[in-house]
Design a protein around this ligand. Sequence first.
Ligand SMILES: Cc1ncc(COP(=O)(O)O)c(C=O)c1O
Length: 354
Amino acid sequence: MGLPSRLALDAIHAYQIPTTERAGLLRLDVNEHPCGPDPQVMQAMLAALSPEQVATYPLYAPWHAVAEGYFGVTPGQVTCTAGGDDAIKAIVEAFLLPEKVLLQLSPTFDMFAHWARLYGNPIAEVRHRADFSIDEGAWLRALDAAGDRLGMVALVSPNNPTGALASAQLIEQTLQRTTAPVILDETYGEFAQSHATRLLDTYSNLLIVRSFSKVHGLAGLRVGAVLAQAPVVADLRKVLNPYNVARPAIAASIAIMERPQLTAKWVADVKYVRAEFVEFLRLHHIAVGPQHANFVLAQLGEGAARITSALADQGILVRDRSGSHPDLQGWVRIAIGTAAQMARVQRALAPLLS
Ligand SMILES: Cc1ncc(COP(=O)(O)O)c(C=O)c1O
């Protein structure tokens, strides 16, 4: 027998996370970094693990100072979070008014709808075009149709799992059409060199979510950020736990922000290897989704489950999205690893595709 709750707990299931250790496998199933951070970053993290540091609550001021420069915002416009997940939860808790509609893409990352449902808010969704790109006309019409009932907009760009990129024009049109908070989730933004930071000074309803999990390889440490105008960030901090990010995570993410050349190199590698992998899939007559993030959606049709499981037998994890959304039948999402890792994937895939 459960307990009474102010949240709609009966209406939803917990987000499914892996129950077995994935370390040691070629993890291309949840868009992580395939190797982890650079040794210089690991060294900075380990230096933050002295007994005294571990015994002491984290200090966030140095992180914020470095983050302002890294993200290109002014003081007060950024706060650290325990990953994008922590950011999304806090934004919904703080700013989604009761009974108002959450507007999002479909399919998209699950956690916006997860929180909206828990709070009993209705959800409106906009489907993509046949090629998985964003249907801009339908998006703008849905914004207008929601009118005063609109409570929050969640726009993920590049989107997960489709890989679609929202144009700068669509983002700005969205902000112009509503005063409701607009969460722009740029968890994969680095891979598209697409960031809307310059819009922050103009739009007080813009909240940009950034993550250190994917491009920076810190998924296990849990670091993210929200960028917004200073009064919005100040309000958000009332909802976030005061010590939400642990010291090693703070130290590692500072080391990453101080070395932007490492990120630039990894992004360039991913784009190069992604293009090669897409070429390989096309040679095998496999349709692919838009390529703006560190993953590729591949249409494996009726073979999706069989191929996913045959790869798993060889220690290669990919994510069959069939069943997660009506439009994803037969689509398998494969994150991009290093050139050597993707060569291994190609060797394993080739006989399964013919
Ligand atoms: C679009 C998007 N947003 C946010 C997250 C959450 O990432 P994290 O909490 O690790 O930063 C993910 C993770 O898959 C994601 O795909």
